[in-house]
Design a protein around this ligand. Structure first.
Ligand SMILES: NC(=O)c1ccc[n+]([C@@H]2O[C@H](COP(=O)([O-])OP(=O)(O)OC[C@H]3O[C@@H](n4cnc5c(N)ncnc54)[C@H](OP(=O)(O)O)[C@@H]3O)[C@@H](O)[C@H]2O)c1
Length: 452
């Protein structure tokens, strides 16, 4: 289908190809539009655009170094992946990948030259000016024409940049709201993010800014092990921190903090390595966790809560804008609570009830169907136990802290194992020291499958 001509008379990009693109976040339809300038823009469409109203939309400026190489000089790659994840979690929306916007429109070579200026002391604006270039020469004629062609009537723009909203409005796009995309500064991009706030009046990244970051990114690859792909569920990693006597909280439920800061940094890096992070309702009520990635550079996973009766309060930190949240509940959960949580930004999905709350197999199937390939289960004990009982675990990562607290919350409850030989066998061990804690990762041995 051809894009309609833009109101300012410039020839509009033409749709030239379309294909499904499976991503870790779900399957998008990629629709390529070629502009008369030669640029090819990619609209990644998730779900049905329908009446085109209030379409969750990211207009993403291409950034080879950030998007493809994971450069820490900017936050582009993190924003791109967050946008794909948030749109997929909503079930409907567009991520428009705009070609020709590299380096805020100055191109790849000039961007690298500007990096040299920045290393010599200029900020991201002055670096462009020193090179005789405009600070931000991007225009939004093509993106606006493509959004019209896709049938978008009004958009909720995933961006921290008010100028992007203004640029789209100038070319006829009804931007309903600007929805910030939270990223966390790292020591390489902090000055760049500060400059964007100060000089381009960007909205602040919603995540807090850690003062001290680890000197080098933590390599969690061997702790996480290799990803196993399953058709009906994500690759599941169980992760918890326990005392030397095997407790994940005291008898009052207090778990702050069993592990030390280096271990918690490692936990954030593990989160950043997974598509989604899941906790049970009691952990949410007891700890009010944010479940975002804050202590290391990286993108926050989709947050998932198993909450049969929708007890999640509207003030829960898990509902913050930093990342998308899916709450799973019983189909007969209170409709008023459902509406309240949806209006707080969460997606609420039904799962049939099971013996421990919600059916684990159905919850995992649903997560797989929305594109979650890897799921980090962060507890608490009941959820850990039902995941193990359902034989739905690929990897176990346990931190052991040098503390003894006596009776408290056990990491793993009854599994119906009477003989040691019938226990769940763990293989492929990796062991790390993180501060005073010992962190161990294991694969669940083949043969542990089968409902216990
Ligand atoms: N040290 C650590 O690493 C760590 C990590 C996490 C938590 N914790 C601690 O663990 C404690 C909470 O653990 P917990 O065992 O009491 O609760 P939990 O596992 O966090 O949550 C259990 C609740 O989740 C809901 N749920 C829904 N479907 C479920 C299913 N299939 N299986 C299990 N639960 C399901 C149920 O509530 P509904 O019936 O309302 O749905 C259930 O009562 C807290 O004290 C927390 O601080 C420690």
């Amino acid at each position: 289908m051809d894009a309609e001509p833009s109101p300012d008379g410039r020839s509009a990009p033409l749709e030239v190809a379309t294909a499904p693109i499976p991503t870790p976040y779900g399957e998008f339809r990629a629709r390529a539009f070629e502009s008369p300038s030669g640029h090819v823009h990619l609209a990644l469409v998730f779900g049905e655009i329908g009446d085109g109203e209030s379409l969750l939309t990211r207009v993403h400026s291409e950034c080879l170094t950030g998007d493809a190489l994971g450069s820490l000089r900017c936050d582009c790659g993190v924003q791109l992946r967050s946008a794909l994840r948030i749109v997929a979690a909503e079930g409907r929306g567009v991520v428009l990948y705009v070609n020709g916007h590299e380096g805020r429109g100055i191109g790849l070579v000039n961007k690298l030259r500007a990096y040299v200026e920045q290393d010599a002391g200029a900020d991201t604006v002055d670096a462009n000016l020193r090179l005789g270039l405009h600070a931000d020469p991007r225009d939004y004629v093509d993106p606006a024409a493509i959004l019209r062609s896709l049938g978008a009537r009004s958009v909720r723009l995933l961006s921290n940049n008010p100028a992007k909203a203004a640029g789209l409005r100038e070319h006829g796009v009804a931007v309903e709201s600007l929805q910030p995309l939270g990223t966390v500064a790292n020591r390489h991009n902090r000055a760049y993010l500060d400059t964007k706030q100060a000089r381009f009046r960007h909205l602040p990244s919603t995540g807090p800014r850690p003062d001290e970051l680890p000197p080098a990114p933590v390599d969690v690859g061997s702790l996480l092990g290799s990803l196993h792909s399953h058709a009906d569920r994500p690759h599941v990693v169980l992760k918890y921190a326990q005392t030397l006597d095997g407790r994940i909280a005291t008898r009052t439920g207090d778990a702050k903090w069993i592990s030390g800061e280096p271990e918690r940094q490692l936990s954030h890096a593990i989160r950043a390595g997974c598509d989604a992070v899941l906790v049970g309702a009691r952990t949410l009520l007891q700890d009010d966790p944010q479940l975002t990635v804050r202590m290391v550079p990286g993108s926050s996973p989709l947050r998932v809560v198993l909450d049969s009766r929708l007890r999640t309060p509207r003030t829960a930190k898990v509902l913050s804008d930093d990342a998308a949240t899916v709450i799973l509940c019983r189909p007969d959960a209170d409709p008023a609570r459902r509406r309240a949580l949806e209006s707080s930004g969460a997606t609420v999905r039904d799962v049939a009830p099971g013996p421990d709350g919600l059916r684990v197999d159905e919850a995992l199937r649903l997560l797989r169907s929305i594109g979650i390939a890897s799921l980090l289960v962060e507890g608490g004990g009941r959820v850990i136990t039902s995941m193990l009982r359902a034989a739905a675990v690929d990897r176990v990562v346990v931190s052991l802290s040098p503390t003894i607290i006596g009776s408290g919350v056990e990491a793993v409850g009854p599994l119906g194992v009477d003989r040691v030989a019938d226990g769940i066998r763990l293989v492929h061990r990796s062991v790390f020291l993180a501060g005073d804690d010992v962190v161990m990762g294991f694969d669940v041995a083949d043969g542990a499958a089968g409902e216990r």
